[in-house]
Design a protein around this ligand. Structure first.
Ligand code: PMP
Length: 469
């Protein structure tokens, strides 16, 4: 960073460092709505344009280097460009991209998933996590003959019509624009972590097919889900003959080789997967009990004298995704990659909290496994960062966050060479090192100081004696 950049504000520094990205963004607005292709890339004044990546790092088109905590939106537990994953992709590309035929890799891929994920007896591949959650809901409706899906506020399950509300907005479960009200009405969006409310609704309505949950909490743990809630949901759903769906699109093969369900030994009926399952390529899957997945088996349905679920998809079990997925899952199954990423994240959370205490900032960095989330404490609760109790985070407390300050935090971290997952925090991979942590902690301290200089943080005071909040 030049001296001039160091003296200027957060925004000015960002603009000076990312001039090529700025130019691309102007061009992009002429051809892409909003200049972007994914809502999470929306940021002010514009996001960086990525150029290349390796291990835990990535570079933008202006040549800036970042420690990457976006991790391919969670797909890259092993970091960027893992040599064995690349080798598998190249080998398959050399044989053909799409064979329009069954292929051997899809069996090996499914076998690995069945062996690794406890709830999975059969697998159907999809092209994305969104498709996986949609198919899981359809399977649940077909299997139970009931219509209603219970979801939880702020839990993300993709962007299809049954999942496109109740995450960032329409928390009351009403249809967001473009979604049919009658589709939204067949979904109930409940406050997270209230098992009694789930049971009440199941009993009252008698039309509930399934409960779907992100098992570590919304958007990978922002509003954490205590494991007792998972076991409570398992009990209640089993008692009432309702299916339990774990959306392990992010947590699968990350929290543990067998996902959250293996980690806590709480076994859902259906599991949705994507991201890591396809090793950084596109792809997803629904797995679960054979009798439920049998709704996709034409012969089984004919024998049972019932209609089968139609399911097509040009890119289901795409051979290149299968190759990347197999290579990735083999490594995860046979190494300590999940534990390593989780241990690195635990150190990172601890170190970031120490910096908060040293700098007198009453925030906290919290999370489980390889996730870290930034709590900017919008209500101004007395917090001791290193002792923060994340169960105090609620949907209500998230609503109060200061978007413009968090936007500046994001820019400040980018200025200091760290790419976070939006305002939220990030995902740690097994490729992150002790050096990455030091780099990040340094960036964190500099960013907090920059925010303070711009009047975005309360004046410095010790948080070491504050009550545990
Ligand atoms: N479920 C969860 C928990 C997710 O985090 C995501 C994506 N972030 C999805 C589903 C949707 O997956 P995809 O982006 O592959 O459609």
């Amino acid at each position: 960073m030049t001296e001039r950049q160091a003296r200027s504000g957060i925004l000015e520094t960002y603009l000076a460092r990312t001039q090529r990205s700025a130019a691309r963004y102007r061009e992009a607005q002429e051809v892409l709505p909003g200049g972007i292709v994914h809502d999470s890339r929306r940021m002010k004044p514009y996001g960086i344009y990525g150029d290349r990546a390796l291990g835990s790092r990535k570079w933008d088109i202006d040549g800036n280097e970042y420690v990457d905590y976006y991790g391919g939106h969670g797909a890259l537990l092993l970091g960027h460009q893992h040599p064995e994953v690349l080798k598998a992709i190249h080998a398959q590309l050399g044989k053909g991209m799409h064979l329009a035929a069954s292929h051997e890799l899809e069996i090996r891929w499914a076998r690995l998933i069945v062996d690794m994920v406890p709830s999975v007896e059969r697998v159907r591949f999809t092209a994305s996590g969104t498709e996986a959650t949609q198919l899981a809901m359809r399977l649940a409706r077909a299997h139970t003959g009931r219509s209603r899906i219970i979801r939880f506020q702020t839990h993300f399950h993709g962007w299809h019509d049954q999942a496109a509300f109740g995450v960032h907005d329409h928390l009351d479960g009403s249809a967001s624009v473009g979604v049919l009200p009658e589709v939204a009405q067949a979904t109930s969006v409940l406050p997270p972590n209230d098992v009694a409310a789930v049971e009440r609704l199941i009993v009252e309505r008698k039309d509930v097919a399934a409960v779907m949950i992100e098992p570590v909490g919304s958007s990978s743990g922002i509003v954490p889900t205590p494991p007792e809630v998972l076991s409570g949901l398992r009990e209640v759903t089993r008692k009432h003959g309702v299916l339990l769906i774990f959306d392990e699109v992010v947590t699968g093969f990350r929290v543990a080789p067998g996902g959250v369900q293996a980690y806590y030994n709480i076994i859902p009926d259906l599991t949705t997967m994507a991201k890591i399952v396809a090793g950084g390529m596109q792809g997803g899957a629904v797995g679960g009990r054979k009798d439920i997945l049998d709704w996709l088996d034409h012969d089984a349905c004919q024998v049972a004298g019932r209609e089968f679920i139609n399911h097509h998809g040009t890119h289901n079990a795409h051979p290149v995704s299968a190759a990347a997925g197999i290579a990735t899952l083999e490594i995860i199954r046979t190494t300590d990659a999940c534990e390593k990423a989780s241990a690195t994240a635990a150190t990172l959370r601890q170190r970031m909290n120490e910096v908060l205490e040293e700098e007198g900032v009453p925030w906290a960095v919290y999370g489980v496994h390889s996730f870290f989330n930034i709590h900017s404490n919008p209500r101004g609760d007395p917090i001791r960062p290193t002792r923060f109790d994340a169960s105090t985070i609620t949907v209500e407390s998230l609503k109060a966050r200061n978007e413009s300050m968090l936007g500046k935090l994001r820019l400040a971290m980018l200025n200091n060479g760290v790419d976070l997952k939006g305002w939220r925090g990030g995902l740690v991979s097994s490729a992150h090192t002790a050096e990455d942590i030091e780099w990040t902690v340094d960036a964190w301290r500099k960013s907090l100081r920059a925010l303070r200089e711009e009047g975005e943080l309360p004046a410095s005071r010790s948080t070491k004696t504050a009550a545990t909040a």
